[in-house]
Design a protein around this ligand. Structure first.
Ligand code: 5GP
Ligand code: MN
Length: 327
């Protein structure tokens, strides 16, 4: 797949490094933690000294992964010869841990699969055709001839399964399935991973949806919903998550674009976008300062829910019209 990638230079940088720090994007999802842990565990297996960090650490539902408890929730001391950023499309996405790591590492590898990647760092392992960052970690291990043991394989399969929502996204390629099969052959428990990351949800999730559903609006192919801080408080969520609400909304047959507006503290609004093939929400998110994939993207904007909706809805209408015009 990834002919333009210089695996050799990245492998040499790893082998030469005394100490390595691996970081990923804030509010980490299954692919962020999967690629972070998959790479970290594999490099530790090689005998390298590797720290892993993301602001807030590993979310509860992903703590079944071996090594999840070794992911640092903040970086306040240390210096490294090499930082590796995984699944993050820009430097800001790596949060405070990324900023600290960057300031204390002379060299940086940028491993990512987002088409909106800004190509930060010195060495680029960027493959937009990969459905998950975890696939790129797998390709690197194979290219370098480094061993892949079960704990790392489980982390990587978690990344593949979650970013493809169980092999259901339009960017799933034959190679995605080959990699998943190879990881399962090592022993990674596919059924268990699917249950934990895609199927099981805490009851508080349903409580949240009960409150949020009345806010659903559907007009001219765009479906949207609003999650307020009050909704989240009432539902007594264990962790801040809408439990895949936007994914459920884009399943609506008549909808081409879905957006969920999530109120955040200090008058910020986080927005999740999804769209059907033929449409493009990455451009909308990127134009607002965020990023993501053509079919799944996001951004956080300052302002009230109403103000942010007023800015964003016309942009979605434009993206809808452009998609329709492309035919
Ligand atoms: P989600 O809606 O699941 O949070 O995010 C969908 C996709 O958009 C993911 O690939 C995620 O990394 C990306 N994304 C979400 N929010 C942001 C953001 O604020 N900045 C950037 N660069 N990407 C984002
Ligand atoms: Mn990803």
């Amino acid at each position: 797949m990834t002919s333009a990638i210089d695996w050799q230079a990245a492998s040499a940088a790893v082998l030469a490094a005394e100490r390595i720090i691996v970081v990923t994007h804030v509010k980490p999802d299954g692919d962020a933690i999967g690629s972070l842990l998959g790479l970290t565990l594999a490099l530790r297996e090689l005998g390298k000294t590797v720290d892993a960090a993301v602001d807030g650490g590993t979310p509860e539902y992903l703590r079944y992964l071996a090594g999840a408890d070794t992911v640092l929730s903040s970086l306040k001391e240390g210096a490294w010869s090499l930082m590796i950023s995984v699944d993050a499309s820009d430097e800001e996405r790596t949060g405070a841990a990324g900023a600290y790591g960057r300031a204390n590492s002379p060299q940086q590898i940028n491993l990512d699969h987002h088409p909106t990647n800004t190509r930060f760092g010195n060495l680029h392992l960027i493959a937009p055709e990969a459905a998950s960052a975890s696939e790129i970690v797998y390709e690197w291990l194979v290219a370098a001839g480094w061993p892949l043991a079960l704990p790392a394989a489980s982390a990587l399969l978690t990344g593949v399964v979650t970013d493809t929502i169980g092999f259901r996204t339009s960017n799933v390629r034959p190679r995605t399935l080959e990699i998943a099969a190879a990881l399962a052959a090592v022993g990674a428990p596919l059924y268990d991973i699917v249950q934990r990351t895609l199927v099981a949800k805490p009851y508080s999730n349903l409580e949240l949806w009960k409150q949020v559903f009345p806010s659903v609006q559907f007009e001219g192919g765009i479906i949207s919903a609003v999650v307020t801080l009050e909704n989240v408080k009432q539902a007594r969520l264990r962790e801040m998550s809408d439990g895949g609400l936007v994914g459920m909304m884009i399943a609506t047959e008549e909808a081409q674009i879905a957006a969920v507006f999530k109120e955040q503290p200090e008058q910020n609004v986080e927005i999740s976008f999804r769209c059907k093939p033929g449409y493009d929400v990455a451009s909308v998110a990127f134009g607002l300062g965020g990023g993501g994939h053509v079919q799944a993207a996001g951004v956080t904007l300052a302002g009230t829910l109403e103000a942010v909706r007023a800015i964003v809805m016309p942009l979605l209408q434009k993206a809808l019209a452009e998609g329709k015009a492309r035919g």
